[in-house]
Design a protein around this ligand. Structure first.
Ligand SMILES: CNc1ncnc2c1ncn2[C@@H]1O[C@H](/C=C/CNC(=O)c2cc(-c3ccc(F)cc3)cc(O)c2O)[C@H](F)[C@H]1O
Ligand SMILES: [Mg+2]
Length: 214
């Protein structure tokens, strides 16, 4: 009964990063994934694109689907404007536990709510439970076949508004073909592809940014 990879990633953060310094937490995770063990964080190259989109949107309300170890959660939360808040959904309790500690080490726990459970179960209750009217920004990075059903659910629940920005990881590798076809063909979205590479590798991957038009 050894440790899990997320637990080893957390230990690397606690050993290498400075409490309260989100940049050092991001750097510690990238170092761990490059030099110790690969892990499915969005990574530094795609992370730079994520940063630029978050900075441009400057969201008061943000949603992340698939927290994993909290790497992209920290990247997003550190760029939120005053009063901004990020809700991140994670259904694996072990991952959620690690993510909470990574987020706390970065000193961002006041801007982030890690919600344990399945996106499909939680999305219909976000308004009543968190007083959310709609989301300014959504980052998709959970099971790839759930991207499409979950944005349709967000639409149905009225949680997207004119101008809401969706950013989806892995649209090339592992790939999200049904999601891509939908957002690129639908009259309700204006989409743009940002080419990049699979985290910590030379394989092709990229992010799809889709603006909801209502
Ligand atoms: C059921 N709805 C869910 N609700 C909340 N959290 C959820 C839900 N479903 C899963 N989660 C949670 O979301 C996470 C799932 C992330 C999946 N990510 C990937 O598979 C993924 C894979 C690769 C990859 C590429 C090449 C290769 F050779 C090997 C791997 C790269 C990537 O960047 C990825 O993001 C978490 F693990 C799971 O508990
Ligand atoms: Mg990913």
């Amino acid at each position: 009964t050894g440790t899990t990879r997320p637990q080893r990633l957390l230990r690397a953060v606690q050993e290498r990063a400075t409490r309260g310094d989100s940049e050092s937490v991001i750097a510690a995770i990238d170092h761990f994934c490059r030099h110790q063990e690969w892990a499915m964080n969005v990574g530094d190259e795609k992370g730079f694109i994520l940063d630029s989109v978050v900075s441009e949107v400057s969201p008061q309300t943000a949603l992340e689907l698939g927290t994993y170890c909290g790497y992209s959660t920290v990247r997003i939360a550190r760029l939120l404007p005053p009063g901004g808040h990020l809700i991140t959904l994670e259904f694996n309790p072990n991952y959620a536990a690690v993510a909470r500690q990574v987020i706390a080490w970065a000193g961002l726990e006041d801007m982030v709510q890690v919600v344990e459970g399945a996106s499909g179960d939680w999305i219909p209750h976000l308004r009543e439970h968190f007083g959310i009217e709609s989301f300014d920004f959504v980052f998709l990075d959970h099971w790839k076949e759930l991207y499409l059903p979950d944005i349709k659910l967000l639409e149905e629940c009225g949680l997207l508004r004119k101008g809401t920005v969706l950013l989806a990881d892995n649209v090339v590798c592992p790939g999200t073909p049904d999601y891509l076809e939908y957002v690129r063909k639908s009259q309700s979205y204006e989409s743009h592809y940002f080419g990049s590479h699979l985290e910590y590798t030379r394989a092709e991957d990229g992010l799809e940014k889709s603006v909801y038009l209502g």
